[in-house]
Design a protein around this ligand. Structure first.
Ligand code: 48F
Length: 257
């Protein structure tokens, strides 16, 4: 019967992908712009990459532009990333480029998949695995059951784990709530500052880093972790942060065979 063949094809392909994803070189948590660029770049470099996305569709904040107006704005500095992923853009004046939000989200997603990254959607990171003081994996659960039903998660390991969960900084906060990472600096509580697009974009790229052994941050998780300003609907810094974190991870973990 065709119906059961369809079901079998889905189950077999998904479980092969899930089995592969249990041990990866890099786990990217969150499929927003920074995570997608990082996933694409790392997969191009030959690393096995798994992207965990809690929603149905990756793309994060890209889809919504501002007030739900589905246009993304990118600065000159990040145009190379648009070209790399084949995203069309038009001149918005003052060094800004105008992009269809759906094209940006789809192209980043397609680029990462075609370069070899594996995507698991409706899969939410709920915790980190820490061995001997190093983050060695992500504890994930199906989004539909998280917080609803007493269903245990599964653990996926990575030589590098990226927190690209945006404003939530989910993995960083898992460490903070156990006192393993600071919540305050000498200047006050760490967390997102008020809106300042120029400063925020610079802050994100400059502070993209490994914040705990084995755990890197990119995109808005940088501001949420280290106290940078928010920057609203401009995405160049997110793309460049994805490029930067891919370089940092590549320099740190072993080169793929
Ligand atoms: O927030 P998001 O787009 O991350 P980003 O790459 O970009 C931020 C900008 O979109 C925007 C901005 C600056 O322009 O202020 O907000 O930092 O995407 C984060 C992705 O992570 C997913 C979430 O659904 C989204 O697609 N995510 C969040 N928490 C989890 C998660 C989780 N616990 N597990 C898996 N995915």
């Amino acid at each position: 019967m065709q119906d059961t063949r369809i079901s079998r094809a889905i189950a077999e392909a998904y479980h092969a992908k899930l089995t592969d994803a249990i041990e990866s070189d890099v786990i990217v948590t969150g499929g927003g712009p920074s995570g997608l660029v990082a996933a694409g770049k790392l997969a191009s470099a030959g690393f096995s990459v798994t992207v965990l996305e809690k929603r149905l569709a990756p793309g994060g904040g890209v889809w919504a532009g501002a007030l739900g107006m589905n246009i993304a704005i990118i600065q000159d500095e990040a145009v190379d990333v648009l070209e790399d992923f084949g995203v069309g853009h038009s001149d918005g004046g003052h060094g800004l480029h105008v992009v269809e939000a759906g094209e940006l989200a789809s192209a980043l997603c397609m680029g990462a998949i075609q370069r070899g990254a594996k995507f698991l959607n409706l899969m939410a990171a709920e915790d980190v695995a820490v061995h001997n003081g190093r983050v060695v994996g992500v504890v994930a659960n199906q989004s539909m059951v998280l917080g609803q039903l007493p269903v245990d998660p599964m653990t996926m390991s990575g030589a590098a784990v990226l927190d690209a969960t945006g404003h939530d900084a989910t993995l960083v906060n898992c460490l903070r709530k156990r006192g393993l990472m600071p919540t305050e600096s000498p200047d006050g509580p760490l967390g997102e500052g008020p809106m300042d697009a120029d400063a925020g974009e610079r802050f994100v790229v400059e502070n993209t880093s490994e914040v705990f052994p084995g755990l890197w941050i990119s995109g808005m998780a940088v501001c949420a972790t280290l106290g940078g300003p928010r920057m609203g609907p401009i995405f160049g810094g997110m793309l460049l942060s994805g490029v930067r974190v891919a370089e940092l991870i590549t320099d740190t973990i072993k080169q793929p065979a």
